[in-house]
Design a protein around this ligand. Structure first.
Ligand SMILES: Cc1ncc(COP(=O)(O)O)c(C=O)c1O
Length: 459
């Protein structure tokens, strides 16, 4: 039985001697200790001494409906009494079937089959492999290259890292990774003076077109984080880019992989970010593919929030035509990829409970009000002298902080913890990605505490 009656210091010492923590230089924890978390409730996390922290980053962007959500807990308890796990090769079960049916009904048209894995990076691997394998099955075995945006992030297993453009994560493994090209990111912070986000996005899409013109015969797919490049520092861009990318990929016979691992499940204000690239938003591009409901990618990758932040689950949804290119008498034409926990019933059940909450609580429209409220109360923060590039899409907010010190991210993180706030800046970018259950009062606390933190850490 785990020991729930210990001090912060005791758990810290045990963790340092037994656990290798992710995305960490372990030695830094000598100066900046880990945060021991004893329990969670709603947007709050509590340490062993009862101190509370507002989880403004949804525990790495996964939590949607709060920690220890009673409805998800109840669904999991029920599922535990029925079936905890069964392998999905050769077997099936109600939660995975129902989840696939419901996701297909929600997602852009034609994404009729769901392939499951556990984490985001494994969804990326699957989409890349499926894309190249589809071309092989279709008599185009030379289409094995991928392209991604500058500063892209699609995960850290070797295949995913090959389409991830973050030097800090890639460089040590350069020799192990296949090189793929990147194209300019439509991140509007890079627009010229006087150029708006939409014109800049379209200018960047011209660079994509030039690349596709030259190399399309070798390219299997273009992988993209729709609307927001999270790890790049919540870089946001105009949806016209997505629409044009869809059009160009169709024209040049290249798959479009929408990595909605971070931005799917309502995070950008619509269930899927791809929905925002709809025809009526871009009258000039009305004939360019896609529909009123937005664009349909060839592959849609989901993870993180899909289980409400409870259990590792990812899914790659695929267009029917691609699925059918694998459907044959010959075994080797099939997609033989697998993971032991593929389609785990508990994780699928958490995902079903998550979808129930979306429906029952009309979450997307409730979030619109929360977004407007936060933007309103954040005015003093937006206008703070050290704050630049305030931006917002759905339930994601970000801004840069002008700070003289190089270690702003660490100072800000530590200072926020002191104030009972979990922020995790990316360089000088501070962002909010709170659980959707955040109340008005908690939004007020988030904004006020952040203002205090910026005052102290930007000195
Ligand atoms: C857009 C995107 N893709 C893929 C991943 C990788 O997901 P995971 O960390 O679950 O492997 C992430 C993680 O942050 C992400 O933001």
């Amino acid at each position: 039985m785990p020991d729930f009656n210990q001090t912060n210091a005791e758990l810290l010492a045990r963790s340092m001697s037994a656990v290798w923590h992710p995305c960490s230089q372990m030695k830094r924890y000598e100066r900046f200790p880990l945060l021991p978390v004893a329990r969670g409730s709603g947007v709050w996390l509590y340490d062993y001494e009862g101190k509370e922290y507002l989880d403004a980053v949804s525990s790495w962007w996964v939590n949607l409906f709060g920690h220890c959500n009673p409805r998800i807990n109840a669904a999991l308890r029920d599922q535990l009494e029925r079936l905890e796990h069964v392998m999905l090769a050769g077997f099936t079960h109600e939660p995975v079937v129902q989840l696939s049916e419901r996701l297909s009904a929600l997602a852009p048209n034609g994404l009729g089959h769901c392939f499951y894995a556990s984490d985001g990076a494994s969804a990326t691997e699957i989409a890349l492999k499926m894309s190249a394998h589809h071309w092989r099955n279709s008599g185009k075995p030379d289409k094995t290259q991928f392209i991604s945006l500058e500063n892209s992030y699609h995960g850290e297993t070797l295949g995913a890292l090959s389409v991830t453009d973050v030097a800090l994560f890639r460089d040590a493994y350069g020799a192990l990774i296949r090189e793929h090209a990147t194209v300019p990111s439509p991140d509007w912070r890079k627009a010229d003076a006087g150029e708006n986000a939409e014109s800049f996005a379209l200018r960047c899409s011209d660079a994509l077109e030039r690349h596709l013109q030259q190399h399309h015969s070798r390219i299997a797919a273009f992988i993209i984080e729709p609307l927001v490049q999270g790890a790049a520092g919540m870089a946001m861009y105009h949806s016209a880019y997505l629409r044009r990318a869809r059009q160009l990929c169709s024209e040049y016979g290249v798959h479009l992989i929408a990595d909605e691992i971070a931005v799917g499940m309502g995070r950008t204000g619509t269930m899927f970010a791809c929905e925002q690239a709809s025809a009526h938003r871009h009258p000039g591009l009305a004939d360019s593919g896609g529909s009123e409901r937005g664009i349909t990618p060839d592959f849609l990758c989901l993870s993180k929030g899909i289980t409400g932040g409870y259990l590792p689950l990812s899914v790659v949804m695929t267009r029917d035509e691609i699925y059918l290119s694998f459907y044959a008498d010959e075994i080797a034409r099939g997609f033989l990829h697998s993971h032991s926990y593929t389609g785990n019933p508990l994780a699928c059940r958490a995902a079903l409970a998550t979808l129930d909450i979306f429906e029952q609580d009309r979450v997307l429209s409730a979030n619109q009000e929360k977004t407007a409220y936060l933007n309103e109360v954040a005015l003093p923060l937006r206008e703070h002298g050290s704050v630049r590039n305030w931006r917002n899409v759905g339930m994601i907010w970000a801004f840069e902080v002008d700070a003289p010190q190089r270690d702003f991210a660490q100072r800000c993180f530590t200072c926020a913890l002191d104030k009972g706030l979990l922020l995790r800046p990316i360089g000088n970018t501070v962002y909010f990605m709170p659980p959707y259950v955040i109340s008005r009062e908690e939004i007020g606390m988030l904004v006020n505490r952040t203002l205090e933190v910026i005052e102290l850490s930007a000195k």
